[in-house]
Design a protein around this ligand. Structure first.
Ligand code: ADP
Ligand code: F6P
Length: 320
């Protein structure tokens, strides 16, 4: 294998640049030529290809976002779009592709692998951390720390005004960001899509907390579980406590990646290049504890990643 290409696709996540750096410098060290396509699958279809050398990835390790840019590409969901993409890859003599992205992007990667036997390695890049086969996806740690910084600030004003704050975090259909940040931010309650919750019970807990002397509270809600505004209205109506909502939104996707995400991304990018150049395909690289690992994309995409119920119990106990 002589010529490989790399894309970032789907929602960007902090650390994707470090992953690109890991891919490019590892592949160059092994004597391969490396190309980037801008704008993910859309850029393959529209042939936005450019050669990459060691300088292409200089000075990007500390930057959030992705220097390769990213996009969502509805055409690629159709066979006709994938036919176009494979034609471009073959016309440019690309021998293998590394896809850095979330579960949608990895589903696209599996299609290229299964339908055309095209050599592919996936790298999990998503703040949502909802991808099986890895303990962490690139960007989760940074997103959690960004949300935590915001919640710490919100707690200051919640305390001063003796209010309840309902803070909505991202995570699509999953509660990984919400649960992690609720624990580290000392939240009184967390609402996640994976676990049923009773708002009446939460209101009762808030009332009891007031009796114990706690005069302000933070409730973290995952965007996939409920809207912060609706929860704020319900809490205010049922407790009589003054409440406010705050939707953190896309700030969770930006910013300089944490050291954890940079090292994770460098290792995963490098591992992906090594696997591809060693002839492996149809896999996603990941970490199992502190060790690098790899699993078939078919396994990764058919396995559900579940939240740790012990973390939820711990949060409930800490909120007493
Ligand atoms: P993420 O990768 O962050 O989960 P998306 O779900 O939007 O983001 O997926 C990114 C891109 O991956 C889509 O725009 C599309 O081009 C491709 N993709 C997603 N799902 C599929 C699918 N089922 N088949 C083929 N390509 C897909
Ligand atoms: O998958 C990452 C993510 O940030 C989700 O947490 C969120 O639901 C979604 O992407 C937002 O997507 P967009 O940037 O298209 O609004």
């Amino acid at each position: 294998m002589k010529k490989i290409a790399v894309i970032t696709s789907g929602g960007d996540s902090p650390g994707m640049n470090a992953a690109v750096r890991g891919v490019v410098r590892t592949a160059l060290a092994r004597g391969a030529e490396v190309f980037g396509f801008h704008h993910g699958y859309r850029g393959i279809i529209s042939e936005e290809i450019f050669p990459m050398n060691t300088n292409s990835v200089g000075g990007i390790i500390s930057q959030g976002g992705t220097m390769l840019r990213t996009a969502r590409c509805p055409e690629f969901r159709e066979k006709a779009g994938r036919d176009q993409a494979i034609e471009v890859l073959r016309e440019n003599d690309i021998d293998g592709l590394i896809v850095i992205g979330g579960d949608g992007s990895l589903t696209g990667a599996r299609a290229l692998h299964e339908e055309y036997s095209f050599p592919i390695i996936g790298v999990p890049g998503s703040i949502d951390n909802d991808i099986a086969g890895t303990d962490f996806s690139i960007g989760f740690d940074t997103a959690v720390n960004t949300a935590l910084g915001a919640i710490d600030k919100i707690r200051d004003t919640a305390y001063s005004h003796e209010r309840v704050f309902v803070v909505e975090v991202m995570g699509r259909a999953n509660g990984f960001i919400a649960l992690e940040v609720a624990l580290s931010g000392g939240a009184e309650a967390v609402l996640i899509p994976e676990v049923p919750f009773s708002l009446l019970e939460i209101c009762e807990n808030l009332r009891q907390a007031r009796v114990r002397g706690k005069r302000s509270s933070v409730i973290v809600v995952a965007e996939g579980a409920a809207r912060a505004g609706d929860i704020k209205d319900f809490v205010q109506k049922n407790t009589g406590f003054e409440a406010r909502e705050s939707v953190l939104g896309h700030i969770q996707r930006g910013g300089s990646p944490t050291s954890f995400d940079r090292v994770l991304a460098l290792r995963l990018g490098s591992h992906a290049a090594n696997r591809l150049l060693s002839g492996f395909t149809g896999e996603m690289v990941g970490v199992d504890g502190s060790r690098l690992c790899h699993h078939p994309l078919s396994y990764v995409l058919s396995t559900e990643r579940t939240v740790d119920p012990d973390k939820l119990l711990l949060l409930e106990m800490m909120a007493q």
